[in-house]
Design a binder for this molecule. Structure first.
Ligand SMILES: [Zn+2]
Length: 257
């Protein structure tokens, strides 16, 4: 049988019409479903949505208020030597230790892990902590000018952030210690033993550290010996100021319009 041409012509027309129909439908679908409808969430958008849905979630400033942070307290000269001495036999090491024990107890009470460290404690090598403070006191010489405290920060030779954080810790200690003990700051007696303190070169370069000379054993003796709770309170307040990122200075007034 010879194939007729009519069915094949109909089939071509039908194919053409069907093709026209489908391509039109696809075009309509593409227009209706614009690419902006495709779900695309950036991380920041997801965070914003999560924040909107749960307003109780807040970003906390730095790593400050986590209770299990480790803090190192060096009890100056402990397990090594007497430190400064007075004619009546009073030794700096004893004064420092009474203060250091109180600082340790108060920080533990606040929920921190506290290492009480000897002057040349083997744990100081590569020591990592949220903060390290070494507690010392200055000479017993009855010079009328010898009253007051001073601090020195770790140098940050290997890590610039260490110096920045140590300066922040120092600023907190200076402000809180002065406010609580009423001792003046005594800048002229900051020695190289402080600025080049041995522990600064032993601890991990990421650990913020400060050495404090709490006062002079001569003129500040009453405070240091008879009121170690006050001295410790000043140091603890300084450390907590740093860990909690509290403002150190009163807010600077903005310039008048
Ligand atoms: Zn000392």
């Amino acid at each position: 049988m010879t194939p007729s041409r009519t069915p094949s012509r109909e089939s071509a027309l039908s194919l053409f019409l069907r093709g026209l129909f489908w391509s039109g439908l696809i075009a309509l679908l593409l227009i209706a479903w614009s690419p902006t409808d495709i779900p695309h969430f950036s991380l920041s958008e997801l965070w914003q949505r999560a924040s909107r849905n749960s307003p109780a979630i807040a970003l906390l400033p730095t790593s400050t208020v986590q209770p299990a942070l480790r803090i190192g307290i060096i009890s100056g000269h402990w397990k090594n030597d007497s430190g400064a001495t007075c004619p009546d036999g009073l030794e700096e090491v004893t004064v420092n230790h009474a203060i250091a024990l109180r600082v340790q107890a108060a920080l533990q009470q606040a929920g921190y892990k506290v290492d009480l460290l000897a002057e040349f404690d083997p744990r100081l090598k590569g020591y990592r902590a949220a903060a390290l403070v070494s507690i010392h006191a200055d000479v017993c010489t009855p010079n009328p000018d010898y009253t007051g405290f001073k601090t020195a920060p770790a140098t940050g030779v290997q890590d610039a952030a260490q110096l920045q954080n140590s300066l922040h810790l120092k600023a907190c200690l200076d402000a809180r210690y002065a406010a609580i003990t009423h001792l003046p700051y005594h800048p002229t007696s900051v020695s190289r033993h402080m600025t080049e303190y041995h522990a600064f070169n032993e601890i991990a370069p990421t650990t913020p550290a400060v050495i404090i000379e709490t006062g002079f054993l001569g003129l500040d003796r009453d405070l240091l010996v008879n009121h170690p709770d006050t001295v410790a309170k000043g140091i603890v307040a300084g450390i907590l100021c740093y860990l909690r990122n509290e403002p150190v200075h009163p807010p600077t007034p903005t310039s008048a319009p």
